[in-house]
Design a protein. Structure first.
Length: 404
């Protein structure tokens, strides 16, 4: 898994994905190098292969349990914003129209984003590769590797198992560059497979076939007034490496807690500007590495003020904690900050409801203030209570002086 292991792990979704997915402990792309995931600093030191719809199903369930209202088939047709909020024009499946109003709007509506277009936001970049075929197929013979990638002068094929006998194939035929809306046949996929790996693997049934082109594009700004862009609405890139969904989920995790902080009144509007500051460089990096088979976001860091502790802005592993909950990611489940330190509870009590406190199970020396998205907001070696209070005030606003 990539950097989204923080999100999935903290929201009690990882266990179910592990039951239905196929773990891959290492990769051997091109047959010449080995990528060993066991060395990653995560409780999930492997790549987990599972259909995207399974991840979407679990995230949908989580959103509904949290009280989110999901409106299906509703289409945004335009937006307008003023100093106090955003008006969103929508059309419903039955033809009815309405205007919805909110304090903020997040456009996560894909590569063809209506929200982005309504803002007049440019989407500079280029088309990297055209007429790529996608197929879910049954095979009589499994590829040599769980994740099999082969390329030559004819094109390339990539196989990933779903764990239930079906395989996802991404294939490109250099000699057959058809329009994106041209139908895909099983014969086309079988033919390029045989020409790239020398065997069609007994491919005999397809349950889904499509064609797409891969662009590399990114908006110049992730925020315009009260409107934000996230996921494919903000950046698109090669599907190689599977970083698209992970990057979009990290966008949402980064922006979500910041919006909550501002809406609840304990952070100022300037906090929302850090969404662009932190995530735009990540999107730019993904554009550069995805086509070169970059596959992990665990090493992603965010800018830290000069003189900060070295852990500031870095992803925090799933630390073991003393007492309950037993792990950091469990403590993050409610979407609050977590202060990890020996004397954390007494110092943080005036910020109750905004931060949870925990003591490390091992001899962890630094005191850590962990953001809801699993990154270190602040850290210090053996800080005094006044230092901790200053950090809490900076990140969580003024304390509640009436709290115990």
């Amino acid at each position: 898994m990539t950097s989204s292991d923080v999100i999935i792990g903290t929201r009690r979704l990882a266990d179910e994905l592990l039951r239905i997915g196929a773990p891959v402990p290492s990769l051997h792309p091109f047959g010449r190098i080995t990528i060993d995931f066991s060395r990653l600093r995560t409780r999930f030191p492997f790549m987990l292969i599972t259909p995207q719809w399974q991840v979407e199903r679990l995230l949908l369930r989580r959103a509904e349990e949290a009280g989110a209202a999901i409106l299906r088939g509703v289409r945004v047709t335009g937006i307008r914003q003023d100093a106090d909020g955003v008006d969103v024009d929508v059309s419903y499946p039955d033809g009815a129209t309405a205007t919805l109003r909110a304090r903020y709007l997040v456009g996560a509506d894909g590569a063809g984003s209506t929200v982005r277009q309504s803002l007049g936001m440019p989407f500079p970049g280029k088309s990297a590769i055209r007429s790529v075929m996608l197929a879910d197929v049954l095979l009589e013979r499994a590829p040599d590797e769980p994740l099999n990638f082969a390329s030559n002068e004819h094109g390339f094929t990539f196989f990933a198992p779903f764990g239930d006998g079906w395989y996802r194939i991404i294939a490109w035929d250099r000699q057959l560059q058809l329009p994106q809306d041209a139908p895909v046949t099983l014969e086309e996929v079988r033919d390029i497979t045989e020409r790239t790996i020398g065997d069609d693997l007994g491919m005999h049934e397809a349950r889904w076939l499509s064609r797409f082109h891969s662009d590399e594009r990114q908006v110049p700004r992730y925020r315009q007034g009260r409107v934000f862009l996230a996921g494919d609405a903000a950046h698109v890139h090669s599907p190689a490496g599977g970083m698209g969904m992970n990057t979009g989920m990290q966008d949402a995790a980064n922006l979500g807690w910041k919006l909550a902080a501002v809406v609840h009144g304990w952070a100022g509007d300037a906090l929302l500007d850090t969404y662009h500051t932190e995530r735009h460089p990540v999107g730019r990096r993904v554009l550069h590495v995805s086509h070169a088979r970059g596959i992990s976001g665990i090493a992603i860091t965010y800018p830290a003020p000069c003189g900060s502790h070295p852990l500031t802005g870095r992803r925090v592993p799933d630390l073991r904690l003393a007492g309950e909950p037993a792990r950091l990611y469990e403590a993050l489940r409610q979407g609050t900050f977590v202060l990890v330190g020996r004397e954390a509870a007494a110092v943080a009590s005036p910020w109750a409801g905004r931060v949870k406190t925990a003591a490390p199970a091992t001899g962890l020396r630094p005191t850590l203030l962990v953001r809801p998205d699993g990154y270190t907001a602040w850290a210090a070696e053996d800080p005094d209570p006044a230092e901790v209070r200053r950090a809490l005030t900076r990140w969580l606003g003024e304390p509640d002086h009436h709290a115990a």
